[in-house]
Design a protein around this ligand. Structure first.
Ligand SMILES: NC(=O)c1ccc[n+]([C@@H]2O[C@H](COP(=O)([O-])OP(=O)(O)OC[C@H]3O[C@@H](n4cnc5c(N)ncnc54)[C@H](O)[C@@H]3O)[C@@H](O)[C@H]2O)c1
Ligand SMILES: O=C(O)CC[C@@H](O)C(=O)O
Length: 530
């Protein structure tokens, strides 16, 4: 039974599928501080949050059973991603579910700003009928500058066009072609600062975007600019903005987000007549909260059930077409990694993976992760997963080298995994997925073999002499180890040879020692493939 902690207010309807799942227990506990979370997180397999819970390294370290942290929303700046990645915890978000809602909030803020609606409302209900102070401006014919043309920025552009606004847009990934399709003019930040009447930001908060609009921009800004921030506090320098408003450069600002949330009661935005604010309500609609919670719940279930998932923030995304092609190879890849690690002794310095045939023309990174996981799991156990395997390899100075070849020796697909060690070993295992026969190991070092990579195997290195197979069979039989299949490979008659046995149960250490001491046998090794 998986236990999931929901630590922020999240739509009940959105998490219904978790509540209904018969392999899941959902515990809702909101408003906990870090210490309280640290005290209980160890019992849980997954944590689901919005933006109130700050998921710190301490919480992640205490979450010894945590496999996933789900963010019901877009921004993951409240989650320590590095700490999660190191611990192999998948962080997922719901990037699409609140796009329209946040875009609509942005437009609502822009219109409220243009027409002084919150200020006029406050005055009217206080008993003053003031029609002179609140002369607004039209949106029609005005220029809107959009910084960040991702999901939300693009939707804002579409709707602003309907108001008759001209759009100047800046995004490092915005191409001429896409700008043309969106009917916006490609611009620089400076173009927007100098020419726009309204400016709205829709970027993530990164070291590069922090204070992207600050004193240098306000100094040259078009007079009368109105600024909206429904993305992240810190994108626009809050103190510099107040100065610019007081200097008459900026006509007004509408902010849904703050550098520190909630802001202190003496924050200058909170009592400034030209600033309107909402308490991070951008994503707060019934629809968006259901959407994001449904998306994240689905993903958490996939992760806990070991099923393919998307939207992981700490693993690069994979196109569905690539995923469909690679997925059948994940189990084979992991077993090849595990196999070669089990036959290698000494510290691994390099994992060389060669993809040939069908696999040579796809982005194989997700499959590489399974292979690396297979290699590292042999020594590091269940602490390794596809999220942290690259980090673990790097932190142990293991070099991962990938090569590709379009042709194979008679196989439509072939994955070769070789390990180089610091004591100069170089072992290789290659496998394929055979139509109708499933996974096969077809090459072991220089020996051609045909092994189904499952269950318990014994790998015996011996000299190619008559009678060895009989000796091995007799010894295993005497020790109640039943042989399911046997493969023998040699390169030269009478030279060194390899025997691989699939057995119904694992041999004891004692039996392996006895096998290794038989005449003409050089070593006997147990390999377990699950
Ligand atoms: N107020 C809310 O409740 C709320 C709700 C949802 C999203 N958000 C926030 O809104 C922002 C946008 O969300 P989204 O879903 O559109 O994200 P997105 O990832 O789809 O878009 C972000 C865009 O910003 C661009 N960008 C990055 N650096 C830039 C830079 N220096 N200058 C210009 N553009 C840059 C990226 O290329 C990308 O296209 C995020 O910060 C998100 O956390 C806030
Ligand atoms: O959970 C929220 O309401 C905040 C959502 C928003 O900031 C996001 O990044 O998705």
């Amino acid at each position: 039974m998986f236990k999931i902690l929901v630590s922020d207010p999240i739509s009940d309807l959105g998490i219904q599928q978790l509540v209904d799942a018969n392999d899941v227990t959902v515990v809702k506990k909101t408003g906990l501080n870090e210490d309280e979370l640290v005290a209980i997180i160890g019992e849980f397999d997954a944590l689901m949050v919005r933006s109130q819970t700050t998921v710190t390294e301490r919480i992640l370290t205490a979450g010894t059973n945590l496999k996933a942290v789900g963010r019901a929303g877009v921004g993951v700046d409240n989650i320590d991603l590095d700490a999660a990645t190191k611990r192999g915890i998948v962080v997922i978000n719901a990037p699409d579910g609140n796009t329209i809602t946040t875009c609509e909030h942005t437009l609502a803020m822009m219109m409220a700003l243009a027409r002084h609606i919150p200020q006029a409302y406050a005055k009217t209900i206080s008993g003053t009928w003031d029609r002179k102070t609140f002369i607004g401006v039209e949106l029609r014919g005005k220029t809107l500058g959009i910084l960040g043309m991702g999901r939300i920025g693009s939707e804002v552009a579409k709707r602003a066009k309907a108001f008759g606004m001209d759009i100047l847009a800046f995004d490092p990934f915005l191409t001429e072609d896409r700008a043309e399709k969106l009917e916006v003019k490609l611009a620089t930040v400076n173009d927007i600062v100098l020419n726009a009447d309204f400016m709205t930001v829709h970027t993530p908060l990164t070291p590069e975007t922090r204070n992207m609009i600050s004193r240098p921009q306000f100094e040259v800004m078009k007079k009368g600019m109105r600024i909206i921030n429904c993305a992240r506090g810190g994108l626009i320098d809050e103190m510099a903005l107040i100065e610019a408003i007081d200097q008459g450069i900026v006509a007004g600002a509408a902010f849904d987000v703050f550098e520190h949330e909630p802001p202190q009661s003496d924050h200058p935005f909170l009592n400034h007549p030209k600033v309107i604010v909402t308490p991070h309500l951008g994503a707060s609609t019934i629809e968006a909260q259901e959407n994001v919670a449904i998306d994240v719940s689905e993903e958490i279930l996939h992760i806990l059930r070991n099923e393919p998932f998307k939207n992981a923030v700490n693993i690069p995304p994979v196109a569905p077409s690539v995923m469909n092609k690679l997925q059948p190879y994940f189990s084979l890849g992991e077993k090849l990694g595990s196999f070669v690690a089990q036959i290698t002794t000494g510290a691994v310095s390099e994992i060389h993976i060669d993809y040939a045939g069908d696999l040579s023309d796809v982005d194989t990174l997700p499959l590489t992760r399974y292979i690396v996981k297979g290699v590292l799991s042999h020594h590091l156990g269940s602490d390794v997963n596809i999220v942290n395997c690259s980090h673990l390899a790097k932190s142990r100075d293991v070099n991962i080298v990938v090569s590709k070849a379009p042709k194979t020796k008679g196989f439509t697909n072939l994955i070769s995994v070789s390990l180089k060690t610091q004591n100069n070993q170089d072992r290789l295992v290659a496998g394929t997925l055979l139509q109708g026969y499933g996974e096969r190991i077809v090459l072991l070092d220089k020996y051609t073999v045909d092994i189904a990579p499952d269950g318990n195997q014994i790998l015996i290195s011996h000299n190619d002499k008559p009678g060895i197979i009989g000796l091995v069979g007799t010894l295993l039989g005497e020790n109640d180890v039943n042989i399911a299949s046997m493969q023998v490979g040699r390169t030269l008659v009478g030279g060194s040879a390899l025997m691989i046995l699939t057995v119904d149960k694992a041999p004891s250490k004692d039996v392996l020692v006895k096998l290794a001491s038989l005449q003409e046998i050089n070593s006997a090794l147990e390999i377990i493939l699950n």
